[in-house]
Design a protein around this ligand. Structure first.
Ligand SMILES: Nc1ncnc2c1ncn2[C@@H]1O[C@H](COP(=O)(O)OP(=O)(O)OP(=O)(O)O)[C@@H](O)[C@H]1O
Ligand SMILES: [Mg+2]
Length: 1019
């Protein structure tokens, strides 16, 4: 009810949004008519005119900004510099608004220019991704609408085959006129190359430059591509370049020039499916030995015991189910639930639960036990060694499990319990018999014990997960060279180089008896979500966005506009056919394929995993039916195969990402037999992915059919299928091999999908909340880094830091009159010798002493500058800031990782782990800033270069063992993060000073507010 009501509102809203754009389309077409009679040169001149108009409109603000930037280079006072930075920020905003204003004005003419350029290109040929094409496109009116929507920074939903590649050229051209660079983001290298070559001629006609970032390029090449007016590339390349730029030791090695406007193709895939995995640049870590190999035999024993136990109770349940006594049924229900929580993937159990009746019994029992916060669940779990929450991917050891683990080992079962820190600490605190020293010692021991136990439990948990929830050839594969490779759950593609986090990967390595690799540590990381939020303007296009409209808006503030198709859709979407078992379903699928093959009708078989693709392929082979299988491994070749999927009698099996973005044209005679047939072998978790699959047929008004074949054994149905389906199926009393098909059932399936979608959205949102904390911190750190990198003089900041530093020192020693200690520390940290007699010390007071020291230190610093020269001193400062930031930030990322891991492990009672995480992350960050400041100060004071070369040497040092995760390792060329042995020579003693976040920086607590309006309010 509610949803249909919402739909009505959204639907109306959408129609209205589109309707408002038609007058602009009319304007474009009027302008277009005027252009027809111009010569080529006259048309080209339009671009020059536009550019002039834009620069005229923005001249004033730009000049102001440039002036301020020049001042930044020389201004030494930190306060002043802050001020200037603020002013620049304001002006930049104004400038962006101004640009938008002019672009909106120019839009009709500019779009008309693109349309007319297309017209002039018709009949011309050029090479695109290795084959020759002849241009034949002039944008349709609905495509102009799509272009306007993209320019407005929204998502244009346009069905497959509507020509989104062309649509993007309109706003790309328009926005490129500002010269600030526009990015078009694709899902793979092949599409980036294809689209940049295919569309490039339009831009080049007008003298605009077009670039394309490919995985194999070195930094020099990348710089060239980014300097183009329009740059095509994949999301990974853009994201990693950003991270690497923020690890660069010198400005020359930065490749990107800001984040102005991006259009993301297949935006749902990038911002929703891929958003969950962060981009990580990592290097190896030196950490204490892991315990996976050591714990494995015990966990394996535990796993076997539980597997046997579950097998026995499933048998018992089976027998009980024969009886008609309600007591027996109740017992059976309990056994089923226990078995399910013990080993959900047990084969006999799965078979049993395929019977709708039994499944229902399980669900009812579960509901009973879930009541009142799972009050009675322990009754179920106590017989088990560990209990599995399949839906949440979580495992808990039981008392019995702990006892079993302790058998035959020197440790007792307490070894597998994490002590409750809070209680234990208060016990120590309240123990009157302990001296202060003893208390500290005891607490130290406690922390030690805690971390050791946490480590053990963590190892065991991950191993249990590896055994019970991760199956070989499903979630992962073992490669020929003995590595564990993850299989992407969405694309079925093997992800080289990517590892599960949190020790899970190592656990699987231990399980499969391959070498347990060393853990790697994060050097830089960002989620795609946060990367794309860097853009001043973001837009997206895809065939399927509507179902995720809420998420796009909530997370990215992106509105979705559904654009009508150029010709009405003629595809027939049939209702799902539901079978009882997978076997029956697969048989029916093969029969259907045979039937279609006989009609010479092409069929595209969509699967949700590589495994299913292979099963079907095997079955077809047995029947001697020729076919192609695509797993999104080789984009170019697969694109070619998919393009042929519309030929008479073609059978193509593809996972849902394979060949996305490639056009399927119908062969001769195919239209007459009904067009392309889309056969889904399983419903995906998300409706969107299913719609994407259906959308492969019926492009530009072509005929076509789509239908899904599903079974009660499919994961989706098993985990989330509603009772209704089960009921209907048991009532109807189906024969072997029979299916039911009814609109109501299809609706139920979609409801189940919606449940999963909501669940997944919640997970993504939660992840984002965690990531946001880090994102705020990253912004602060990267902003400081950037200042240093841009060569602003940092002396002011360093004196600021110095003040804090001295402040803390004096506070520490003044009250106790520790003149000598203070002198020693100053000498040690700053090389400043501060002599003072007790009388003067008294007379000056704390503030007076502070000022004296500050004066002496500044004098010392100025003298140093005189000796070394300002130039070298400036470089030294720059070096200190960059180097210290990089070191400390890396350590910090590591601590944040540990923190996140720990938060999940700790039993927080009623506390919200996210809040705990935020609070602790805040403290860590404040510490980080303290340390940063102290180290920078001591470095600048203490470091005396032997020769100027030393400061420079870092620039050309080669990158060592750095790896990007999420894709194969990239060629890093010259840009380097942290050559070994380049740490500052001085390690400052940790000294606590008050936090000093920039007042206008985002508050590190993650609130999203500026520091001065949040934690920094009282400063
Ligand atoms: N205005 C046009 N006139 C003629 N043909 C067009 C026009 N626009 C697009 N096409 C053709 O439509 C086909 C599909 O284009 P394109 O691959 O850009 O679609 P898409 O919307 O990106 O689809 P997908 O969702 O599969 O990525 C191409 O063969 C293209 O040549
Ligand atoms: Mg496309």
């Amino acid at each position: 009810m509610l949803s249909s009501l919402l739909k009505k509102i959204f639907g109306d809203k959408n129609e209205k949004a589109v309707k408002e754009l038609w007058p602009i389309v009319d304007q474009i077409n009027q302008e277009y008519e005027k252009l027809k009679n111009l010569s080529d040169d006259e048309l080209k001149n339009k671009t020059v005119e536009f550019k002039a108009r834009i620069s005229e409109a923005t001249k004033e603000i730009t000049e102001q900004i440039n002036e301020l930037k020049t001042r930044l280079q020389t201004e030494k006072d930190a306060e002043q510099r802050h001020e200037i930075h603020d002013q620049i920020e304001e002006l930049e905003k104004e400038l962006t608004d101004k640009y938008e204003e002019v672009l909106d004005e120019i839009l009709p003419e500019a779009f008309a220019v693109v349309k007319d350029t297309c017209r002039r290109l018709v009949g011309k040929s050029w090479e695109v991704a290795g084959s020759k094409i002849t241009w034949d496109m002039i944008p349709y009116d609905v495509q102009l609408i799509g272009g306007i929507v993209l320019h407005q920074g929204k998502i244009a939903e346009m069905a497959t085959g509507e020509g989104k590649t062309l649509v993007a050229t309109l706003p790309l051209y328009l926005n490129a006129l500002t010269g600030r660079g526009v990015h078009l983001v694709t899902v793979n290298d092949y599409l980036a190359k294809r689209d940049s070559e295919w569309m490039g001629e339009i831009f080049r006609f007008h003298g605009l430059t077009v670039g394309c970032i490919l995985n194999t390029m070195d930094p020099e090449d990348r710089i060239k591509q980014y300097n183009c007016d329009i740059t095509y590339g994949t999301n990974n390349e853009f994201g990693f370049d950003y991270l690497r730029d923020n690890m660069a030791s010198s400005k020359e090695y930065c490749v990107q020039r800001g984040h102005n406007f991006a259009i993301v193709d297949e935006v749902d895939s990038v911002l929703i499916d891929e958003a969950r995995t962060p981009l990580i640049i990592s290097g190896p870590v030196d950490k204490a030995e892991h315990k996976f190999d050591e714990m494995k035999p015990r966990v394996e024993r535990l796993f076997r015991k539980q597997a046997n136990y579950v097998a026995s109770i499933v048998k018992e349940a089976e027998q009980l189910l024969q009886s008609n006594d309600p007591k027996d049924r109740e017992k059976a229900g309990i056994l089923l639930l226990r078995a399910h929580r013990g080993f959900p993937k047990n084969k006999s159990l799965m078979k049993l639960l395929a019977e709708p009746e039994y499944k229902k019994l399980l669900q009812q029992t579960e509901l009973e036990f879930l009541r009142e916060n799972s009050k009675r669940m322990p009754e179920i779990d106590e017989e088990l060694y560990y209990a599995i929450e399949e839906r949440q991917n979580q495992i808990d050891l039981t008392e019995k499990g702990r006892e079993e683990l302790a058998v035959g080992s020197k440790e007792g079962k307490d070894f597998f319990v994490i002590p409750d820190l809070g209680t234990e600490i208060s016990k120590i605190e309240n123990d009157q018999s302990l001296s202060l020293e003893d208390k500290i010692k005891k607490k130290d021991e406690l922390y030690h014990l805690y971390s050791e136990r946490s480590d053990v439990i963590h190892t065991i948990n991950q191993l249990l997960k590896a055994y019970t929830l991760f199956e070989k050839d499903d979630e992962y594969v073992v490669t020929e060279d003995g590595k564990i490779a993850i299989v992407d759950e969405f694309t079925g593609r093997i992800l080289p180089g990517r590892r599960y986090s949190d020790g899970l990967h190592q656990a699987i390595e231990a399980k499969e008896n391959v070498k347990v690799e060393r853990d790697t540590q994060t050097l830089a990381t960002i989620t795609l979500q946060n990367y794309f939020r860097l853009y001043k303007k973001l837009a997206g296009m895809t065939g399927t966005a509507e179902t995720e409209e809420g998420e796009f808006y909530e997370i990215y503030k992106l509105e979705v506009v559904v654009i009508p198709t150029n010709k009405p859709v003629a595809r027939i979407d049939e209702d799902d056919a539901i079978y009882r078992t997978k076997r029956e379903k697969y048989n029916a699928i093969i029969e259907k394929i045979k039937e279609l093959k006989e009609q010479r009708r092409p069929v595209l078989v969509g699967t949700t995993s590589v495994e299913v693709s292979e099963t079907i392929s095997r079955m077809l082979k047995r029947q001697g039916i020729q076919h192609n299988v695509l797993n999104a491994k080789q984009h170019q070749r697969e694109a070619e195969i998919v393009a042929f999927a519309g030929q008479p009698g073609a059978v193509t099996i593809a996972t849902n990402m394979a060949g996305r973005g490639t056009d399927i044209k119908l062969g001769v005679g195919v239209r007459e037999v009904g067009g392309l047939y889309i056969l889904g072998t399983e419903r995906h978790e998300a409706r969107r992915i299913d719609r994407q699959l259906r959308g492969r047929a019926g492009r530009q008004g072509d005929p076509g059919t789509s239908k899904f074949f599903i079974s009660l054994e499919d994961d989706l149905m098993r985990l989330f299928g509603s009772d209704r389906i089960t009921n209907v199926m048991s009532k109807v009393g189906m024969e072997e091999g029979e299916a039911i098909q009814h609109p109501l059932i299809t609706k139920s399936v979609e409801r189940a999908q919606k449940k999963v979608e909501e669940n997944n959205f919640a997970i993504r949102k939660r992840l984002l909340e965690y990531d946001n904390v880090m994102n705020q911190q990253r912004e602060v750190i990267y902003a400081r880094r950037k200042q240093a990198l841009e060569g602003e003089r940092l002396k002011g900041e360093i004196f600021d830091y110095l003040e804090d530093f001295i402040d803390t020192l004096v506070k520490k020693h003044y009250e106790n009159g520790e003149i000598e200690k203070l002198r020693e520390e100053l000498l040690q940290n700053l090389l400043v010798d501060f002599k003072i007699d007790p009388d003067t010390w008294e007379k000056l007071g704390e503030d007076g002493v502070k000022n004296e020291i500050l004066k002496a230190a500044k004098e010392f610093y100025d003298r140093k500058e005189e000796m070394l020269g300002s130039d070298l001193m400036a470089r030294l400062e720059q070096y200190a800031v960059l180097n210290v930031i990089d070191n400390k930030w890396r350590d910090h990322l590591r601590e944040m990782d540990d923190l996140k891991e720990g938060i999940g492990l700790r039993a927080y009672g009623q506390k919200d782990p996210l809040l705990e995480y935020k609070a602790e992350a805040y403290n860590l960050f404040i510490n980080l800033l303290d340390e940063l400041r102290n180290e920078v100060v001591t470095f600048c004071f203490k470091f005396w270069p032997q020769a100027p070369v030393e400061v420079q040497s870092r620039r050309t040092a080669p990158a060592t063992r750095i790896q990007t995760i999420k894709d194969s390792a990239d060629n890093l060329g010259l840009r380097t993060s942290q050559p070994e042995g380049s740490q500052p020579h001085v390690k400052a003693k940790p000294v606590r000073v008050e936090p000093k976040v920039g007042r206008n920086d985002p508050c590190p607590c993650g609130s999203g507010k500026k520091y001065k309006n949040c934690h920094g309010r009282n400063e």
